[in-house]
Every structure is written in structure tokens, then in C-alpha cells.
Design a protein around this ligand. Structure first.
Ligand code: SF4
Length: 694
């Protein structure tokens, strides 16, 4: 709708993966605000409200510090603005030179979970078809890759099994763990809080007394890094007391006897010793969950970002299956995913080293032929490097070039000192972004791109709902749409891509990825329920609210049965000792988002939380003679930072918490490079540190 110089479009939030819908308002090309969509059936969760980021956070798009022209680093080390022609020619030439000299896999692509599905699809196509490299990944590696690995093994699909409004909002009971829901997924948390006020039971297990715990019937503080122990303890209690859903298990699963054996040693005494969970609290949680007709299990990175993250999520899936809490309204396994499009751009679109769009196996003959027919090239069959491997290979000099789209690994990788050295060691780095990020500072070429209020496309939210994104403003200066930039690069490297609009890219996605088979822009415009939940196998299919069925199973395996895959308890990669006696954990705050490149540009958000801080328990603060608001030094084996102390009982006396959003006082100067062997996710949530007053 255009009213003189005012633009209003219905679109999807560009921050978290709740995927709230709102009208975006722009005036004279500047984003001025949002109004929630007033239609309960048209929104995943927010027909009544958005959170503070959805309301005010989009001002970053108006920043006068946006990148507006291509930049190339000169011999003197400074950036110089150049024409698009010169920049694109230079990028194409250098990428080919590196590949000719060192092989096709000497170059990698890092795609974005913030951009649209269409943009992510093109980045992996660029990697596989144009560059012929097997090395493509995205930042979902760092947040929920362990969720995907675990759920694929147990249930078949690596995604949320149910819906936000109707299930997360309507459960009889919840187990929320490793999720600071009120700050990281505020609108979803509001749904839960409303339901708890109406009588639902809320059980929260977390090392930190996060905001959602204030609304809980039971909050249990856990020892960071030992989650399998207490989850296996819950399963043991349920089985020993005949509280499991025997009929569901018999009908729909395999491997229950192995699980029973595996959890037998997790007695309440052992759980208390290992995970710090008192026996009475373990028992009451198990009784609450077993007594409820429907239970939602919600988690986020407190569970996934662990050196045994996959084991943590396997354990949660085992618990849900044991209780028969899948495939029925008000129940299910609900990973709360972080970035706006991490489900779509970070997974569904195949921006993964061993997975083509729609999670198809690149070594499968039939799949390979299908892609070869569409692209004229077979995609590489072998899995490529995961993100952390890209950085270690770059550090070793084996990976020579990178094309990074819309991500900021210089601040988001664990041990950023090491990540920065890896970026510096590259022969050639291209960064496509909207600001001069910490990563762009290492680049040889920077390509200025567009952001969500300037785009047509789609995002897929945490409940697998594919929704439209529409622009109300144009990118500033000479900045271009990401899909156009990737297309230009492909064509300069000898291809003939000729997409005129993202809808044509979606048509190609739906031809190639069966879970998106019936998705088209025409259908996404249809009401009353905007968006479609995948799988959508054909154009007549209404989408899939529940991935599985309580009665019939329908788990995504040939026999339709879920697999119990028993989980092993282990130790974190670093354990407190005499030199570094405290455990550091990290996470988000309500007013910021990820590495803060967007939210640190918004005055209204910075006025609430304008710098990094460390949470310290009053007992520890007294021991150190540190007062609230005083600056302290926090040090690990990787480095040290200076941050303001926030004295609070949210953490216990052996644990510190620092948010992840700031470059000054960057928590990832301290975090460790230990990884989950199955998913490659780093152990951000447990590092050994010491703290001292300045
Ligand atoms: Fe945006 Fe998430 Fe806030 Fe909704 S809850 S407005 S999707 S940041």
C-alpha cells in the first residue's frame, strides 16, 4: 500500500525465529515502526503484541553507517570504494585463481540464517554448482546443529514437531531447559506465561535462574554441562514407577529395552552427585510431567551448545517418547531456534556440508541426478567442512578463500583470537553484509547488501512455517539484494543464472526439495492462515502442523517407528580447577540479538543495555570485595576481558554469566574450542575462568 510517501507492508520479523508478523511502516525510505497483525489465525504467536526488538529494533536499517558501496582493500591496507563491475570481476578472478592453484575445495562459503530462504538457496547453489566446492555451511552449526543431529536420529526430521500457538501455547505442562525464553523468544514466552496463569504446570531446569523460572511451579538449578544425567534420571524414575506410556512405546518405537538398561544407573543419588539436582526435585518433576495429559519440552542453546549437545537432545527426545508426548495437540518437542530464518536458511535450504536442499543426501544417486538435471552439474557427493573445521583449516593454511554472507564469525566463533587469526591467514576473504562488522574488518572485498525491511523473500520460523517477507524501503546507496549479488558472481564465473525475482528462486526450490514441493508465492499470499508448515509435498497439500502422529507414529523412517537412542553422560571440555575455579556461561539479553551488529545501532535498545556485563553471585562478590557496577577482569586460558559486575542471585556462587552481544568485553575471547563430535557445535556454555577486581 502506498500513501503518498508512506509505505506499509505486512511482513515477518527479522530477529528471532518465533516469526512474528506485523505491518512494517516506512516514511521517505526510513523504517519508522511496526504494528502487530491483528488476526489470530494469520500469525504464529503475536496477534496481540511484538517484543521490544520487533517494535523498535528495525531502526538499524536507517543507520548512516550502512555500507553503501563495494569496498576493496588496497596495498596500503585501507578500503577503497570501487564500482560493482570492478568488485565483482575481482572477486570472480581471485576465487578462480585460488581454486586453480589449490583445488576447488580450497574455497568455502558461509551462508546466513538471517537472510531469506531464496538467498540461502543461492549461496549453496553457488558453492556446489559454480565453485564446485563441497565446503558450505552456516551459523546454525553454532546454535542448534546438535538438535538437528539428535532429532534426525530419533524421529527422522530434525525440526520442531508441533506448533507455537496451539501446542506450546496450550500444553498442560512444560519442561523448559537451557532456554532464557522471556528474553530470547519473548512473544513465545508470553504464550507460555499466559497458559501457566491459566493453570498449566511449568517445570524449569537451568543453571541460571532465568526469567521464565520466576513463573515456574518448580525451578531446579543444575550444574552446567551435566544435563544427560538429570534427564536420564527422570526417565529412570518414570520407568521404575510405571509412569511411561507403554502402549505408545509398543506401537510406535524401537529400542526401549536398551534405554531401560542405559538409564538404570541414574539413581537419584547419582543424579544429585553429578548434576546437582536434589532427589526430591527430580521426583516431583517426573511426577508433574507424567501426570499431565500433554507436555511440551522446550529448549534452546543452554542444552545444545555443549560438547555433548547431541546427547542432551537425544535424552530429551527419549524422555518425550517414554511419556508418549508426541503427535497430539498440546504436546511435542519444541526447539526454540534463534535467528529469524535459522530453520530455513540454516537448514532446509541445504547450506550444510552434507545435505542438499530439503535434507537430501548428496551421495544418493537419484538425488544427484535430479540436481544435475536442474543445474547442469552434479553436486559434490562428499560432506565438506563444518564451520569450526573451516576456521581450523584456514588457520593451518589449507583453506585459502571464503565467501561469507551476512554472518559475523569474528565475534561469534569460540576463542575469537583464534578465529581472527584464521580469517587473517586466508588468501582472500569476501564479506557480503550491511555494516562494517568485526568480520568485514578482515575482508579483502566487502559487498554492500540489503536487509529484511528491504527484501522480498521468505523466512521459515521455528515451527517450520514458511512466511513472506516484503520490503517497505530500498537498500541505501548502491547496496544490492543478496540474491542479485550472488547471481552476478555466478554469471561472472561463467554461468547463466537469470532469476528476475525471488519467487522464481522459490519455484526452483519447490521443484528440488520435496518438503517445499507445494510452496509458491501465490499460496503464501493466501489467507486466512498465512504461511505453510513443511512438509508441503504438493500444491494441494495444506502443510503439516504435526510431524508425527500419536496413534500411527508416522516417524520419518521406513517402518514409521521412532528410535530410542540412549544418551551418554559426559564431562564438559573444561572443568574448574585451582587456576580457573569458576564456570562461565553465556547467552542473550532481551534488548540485543546475536553479535549485536543490528541492535547495537538502535539507541532505544542501547539505552536499556549499552555494554557487556558479568553476573556474579553476592557471596562471590563479597569474597572478592566487588560491588555492583564495578569493573572486573574475567580471564580464561584463551584471553581476558574487562566488564561491569552485576551482582545477582540469578547465578550461583560458582558460575558467571556474560552476554554474547558486545565487541567490547566479547565473551568469546574466553570461550573454549571444544566441540560436540556428532554435530560440531562448540561448547559455549561451559568455560573455566577466574575473576578479579581491577
Ligand atoms: Fe521478533 Fe522474536 Fe520479538 Fe517476535 S518475539 S517480535 S519474532 S524478536
Amino acid at each position: 500500500v502506498r500513501l503518498e510517501n508512506l509505505d506499509v507492508e505486512e511482513t515477518t520479523c527479522g530477529f528471532c525465529a518465533v516469526g512474528c508478523r506485523f505491518e512494517m511502516w516506512s516514511k521517505d525510505g526510513d523504517t519508522i515502526g511496526t504494528v502487530p497483525v491483528d488476526d489470530p489465525s494469520a500469525a504464529p504467536a503475536n496477534n496481540f503484541s511484538t517484543c521490544v526488538k520487533g517494535k523498535f529494533g528495525h531502526e538499524f536499517a536507517n543507520s548512516d553507517r550502512r555500507l553503501t558501496e563495494p569496498l576493496v582493500r588496497t596495498d596500503s591496507g585501507e578500503f577503497e570504494s570501487v564500482s560493482w563491475d570492478d568488485a565483482l570481476e575481482y572477486v570472480a578472478e581471485r576465487l578462480r585463481e585460488i581454486q586453480n592453484e589449490h583445488g576447488v575445495d580450497a574455497v568455502s562459503c558461509l551462508a546466513s540464517s538471517k537472510g531469506t530462504n531464496e538467498e540461502a538457496y543461492l549461496v549453496q547453489k553457488f558453492a556446489r554448482q559454480v565453485l564446485g566446492t563441497k565446503n558450505v555451511d552456516n551459523c546454525a552449526r553454532l546454535c542448534h546443529s546438535s538438535t538437528v543431529a539428535a532429532l534426525q536420529q530419533t524421529l527422522g526430521y530434525g525440526a520442531m514437531t508441533n506448533r507455537i500457538n496451539e501446542d506450546v501455547g496450550e500444553a498442560d505442562a512444560y519442561l523448559i531447559t537451557g532456554s532464557n525464553t522471556t528474553e530470547s523468544h519473548p512473544v513465545l514466552a508470553t504464550r507460555i506465561k499466559q497458559n501457566v496463569r491459566d493453570g498449566a504446570d511449568l517445570v524449569v531446569f537451568d543453571p541460571r535462574q532465568v526469567g521464565i523460572a520466576e513463573h515456574a511451579d518448580q525451578y531446579t538449578r543444575t550444574e552446567p554441562g551435566y544435563d544427560v544425567a538429570w534427564i536420564n534420571g527422570l526417565i529412570r524414575y518414570v520407568i521404575e514407577n510405571d509412569l511411561h506410556d507403554e502402549a505408545f512405546i509398543e506401537r510406535n518405537t524401537t529400542g526401549f529395552e536398551d534405554l531401560r538398561e542405559k538409564v538404570r544407573p541414574y539413581t537419584p543419588e547419582r543424579v544429585e552427585e553429578v548434576a546437582g539436582v536434589p532427589a526430591a526435585e527430580l521426583e516431583s518433576a517426573a511426577e508433574t510431567l507424567a501426570a499431565a495429559d500433554t507436555v511440551v519440552f522446550g529448549w534452546a542453546m543452554g542444552m545444545t551448545q555443549s560438547s555433548h549437545g547431541t546427547q542432551n537432545i537425544l535424552a530429551l527426545a527419549n524422555l518425550a517418547l517414554t511419556l508418549g508426548q508426541l503427535g497430539k495437540p498440546g504436546a511435542g518437542l519444541s526447539p526454540f531456534r534463534g535467528q529469524n530464518n535459522v530453520q530455513g536458511g540454516g537448514g532446509d535450504m541445504g547450506t550444510l556440508p552434507g545435505s542438499l536442499p530439503g535434507y537430501q543426501d548428496p551421495s544418493d544417486g537419484e538425488v544427484r541426478e535430479k540436481f544435475a538435471d536442474a543445474w547442469g552439474e552434479h553436486p559434490p557427493a562428499e560432506p565438506g567442512l563444518k564451520v569450526p573445521e573451516m576456521f581450523s583449516e584456514a588457520h593451518e593454511g589449507n583453506l585459502r578463500g571464503m565467501y561469507i554472507v551476512g554472518e559475523n564469525p569474528a565475534l561469534s566463533e569460540p576463542d575469537v583470537q583464534h578465529a581472527g587469526e584464521a580469517l587473517e591467514a586466508l588468501d582472500f576473504l569476501v564479506v557480503q553484509d550491511i555494516f562494517m562488522t568485526e568480520t568485514a574488518e578482515h575482508a579483502d572485498v566487502i559487498l554492500p547488501a540489503a536487509t529484511s525491511p528491504e527484501k522480498h523473500g521468505t523466512f521459515t520460523n521455528t515451527e517450520r512455517r514458511i512466511q513472506r517477507v516484503r520490503p517497505t524501503a530500498a537498500p541505501p546507496g548502491d547496496a544490492r539484494q543478496d540474491w542479485e549479488i550472488t547471481q552476478e558472481l555466478a554469471n561472472r564465473l561463467g554461468y547463466d543464472w537469470d532469476y528476475d525475482h525471488p519467487r522464481e528462486i522459490m519455484d526452483e526450490i519447490s521443484d528440488l526439495a520435496p518438503i517445499y514441493g507445494g510452496v509458491s508465492y501465490d499460496r503464501l499470499e493466501e489467507g486466512p492462515q498465512h504461511g505453510l508448515q513443511w512438509p508441503v509435498p504438493d500444491e494441494d497439500h495444506p502443510g503439516t502442523p504435526y510431524l508425527y502422529d500419536y496413534e500411527d507414529g508416522n516417524f520419518n523412517f521406513e517402518d514409521g517407528r521412532a528410535r530410542f537412542v540412549p544418551a551418554d553422560s559426559g564431562q564438559p571440555g573444561e572443568i574448574p580447577d585451582e587456576d580457573y575455579p569458576l564456570t562461565l556461561t553465556s547467552g542473550r539479553v532481551l534488548y540485543h540479538w546475536h553479535t549485536g551488529q543490528l541492535t547495537r545501532r538502535v539507541e532505544g535498545l542501547m539505552s536499556h543495555v549499552g555494554e557487556s556485563f558479568v553476573e556474579i553471585h553476592p557471596e562471590l562478590a563479597a569474597r572478592l570485595d566487588v560491588t555492583d557496577g564495578e569493573y572486573v577482569r574475567v580471564e580464561s586460558r584463551r584471553g581476558e576481558i574487562v566488564v561491569k559486575a552485576q551482582v545477582t542471585e540469578r547465578v550461583d556462587a560458582g558460575t558467571l554469566f556474560i552476554p554474547m552481544h558486545f565487541a567490547a568485553g566479547a565473551v568469546n575471547k574466553l570461550t573454549q574450542e571444544t566441540f560436540d563430535p556428532q554435530s560440531g557445535i562448540p561448547e559455549y556454555k561451559v568455560s573455566s575462568v577466574r575473576v578479579e577486581p581491577l
